[in-house]
Design a protein around this ligand. Structure first.
Ligand code: RB5
Length: 161
């Protein structure tokens, strides 16, 4: 299932993406299905999206803020989340193949969001691309280890985590 949420900047974009998912028979859940207001802060939206994503390993998230950057920083603080800001379909495809990204972050105030066709392509690439595994497993397991590191203690890992 695709879990989608946006702060107040992304209400229109979220609606368009939901219509797109609906038209393409993609199961989704809107976790910010209420009247967003100026006070809807992107870290809260990140938590709402990511906590649902983590309930099922087949879930993917779409998290929207003005640039996609703030919400990606927030999402990536949550253990088990690999969130990627993507501005084209290649980024969306490769972040699934290589990083096994489970949350796509989009910027509602970027030019790409005004041209909905490009966002459609990005969403489509993200939800229809799959993790390649293989050599990427080693790298992702290192990312997992990074989640456990308290800075100051990193020396115990040497040069290679
Ligand atoms: C909210 O105005 C804006 O700061 C937020 O949507 C996002 O762009 C932050 O990165």
């Amino acid at each position: 299932m695709v879990i989608i949420g946006s702060d107040h900047t992304g209400i229109e974009l979220k609606k368009k993406i939901i219509n797109y998912l609906y038209d393409n028979h993609v199961e989704y859940a809107d976790v910010t299905n209420y009247a967003n207001q100026e006070g809807d802060d992107y870290p809260d939206i990140a938590l709402a999206v990511c906590s649902e994503v983590l309930k099922n390993s087949n879930n993917l998230g779409i998290a929207i803020c003005g640039t996609g950057i703030g919400i990606s920083i927030a999402c990536n603080k949550i253990r088990g989340i690999r969130a990627a800001v993507c501005t084209d379909r290649y980024m969306a495809e490769m972040t699934r193949h290589d990083n096994n990204a489970n949350v796509l972050c989009l910027g509602a105030r970027l030019g790409i969001s005004k041209e909905f066709r490009n966002i459609e392509e990005i969403v489509d690439s993200f939800i229809h691309s799959f993790y390649d595994g293989g050599r990427h497993d080693r790298r992702l397991s290192k990312i997992k280890k990074l989640e456990e590191i308290n800075i100051g203690e990193e020396m115990k890992y040497g040069n290679n985590i």
